[in-house]
Ligand binder design. Sequence first.
Ligand code: GTP
Ligand code: MG
Length: 362
Amino acid sequence: MLKCGIVGLPLCGKSTVFNVITRAGAEVKPYASGKTEPNRALVSVPDARFDRLVKIFEPKKETPANMEFVDLAGLSKGAGQGAGLGNSFLSFAAESDALLHVVRVFENPGVPHPEESIDPLRDWKIVEMELIYRDLGVIENRLSRLAAKKKVTPEETSESELLKKMQDHLIEERPLREFPLSEAQKKALSGFAFLTLKPELIVLNMNETQSENDPRIKAVTEAAERAGLFAARLFGSLEMDLAMLTSGEQEEFMKDLGIEELGRDRLIHEAYRLLGLISFFTSGKDEVRAWTLLKDSTAVDAAGAIHSDLARGFIRAQVVAYDDFIASGAGLPACRDKGLLRLEGKEYTVKDGDMIEIRFNV
Ligand SMILES: Nc1nc2c(ncn2[C@@H]2O[C@H](COP(=O)(O)OP(=O)(O)OP(=O)(O)O)[C@@H](O)[C@H]2O)c(=O)[nH]1
Ligand SMILES: [Mg+2]
């Protein structure tokens, strides 16, 4: 399951955004150990194709795609070099597939700001720097370990050459997202869980009284665009209040305020799209289920998302595109007759909307 970690400065509204996103049917389970574990919750991703498959198969069980959101402690300056509570939470960020970066825009005299003024562009950069420092630390550790080795393999030599280039890049205060890496290199580096390589969605947490023409909002939005990132706007507190109302009350409230779509739905969709996520489906009489993968994942990744046994014993994936399935009258035999039902190998790149059945042997 894909995990999205929520990062940001202390008191920028991370928990508020977490509550906005995870309210409906989401189970917030604080871990037994208490404060040292972040809040986690599952959110189901709305998908019309999934709803249609449920109608067609009438399964005993239906399981929409889920994403896990993890609400982390605030990152203070220096967290990337080991300071503050935020540091231990960076390891939870490292576990995440994607980051939701909350930036405070709202004015609220009752809520202190760690930097003592409202400046979203500055705040965004502070946190980006902490993420950069943390990645730098990971690289330095690895390089000194490699340097201490008596014998290095050719692979290790090329690894340390690459890491040194990445190190120079980070020292220039640039995220690894902007460092040219092939897919194969990214895969080889995945064990390092570099934070600045993760897809990131910025959430500007505003008051409903603030205008999007506010120069501070423009400044951070433009800087994000230059970095290839998107900054979504959200009325954090207002949306959290809305979440407490019944749906009838919600509608009325939204009409009064002239809001068409809940920020929550927009944000989940935005996160899904921007993070480059795709869905594939498994369907039958027992269960119709939607699964989430990162774009460019292979058939083995899909198998592994279902169960590690399926990845280990993978033989073939039987695949039909959702659109083909619907167009042929929603029957697998018809798809087979038309040659739309394919058998794919390990390296097959899964497409959004693929209906997949894994053949395996363990
Ligand atoms: N006016 C206003 N207040 C907000 C908004 N979002 C959050 N707050 C307030 O800011 C305070 C901090 O919000 P949280 O969501 O707890 O912030 P956080 O980032 O999780 O804080 P830490 O986990 O302590 O770092 C709370 O008192 C919120 O009510 C907003 O959009 N508008
Ligand atoms: Mg919090």
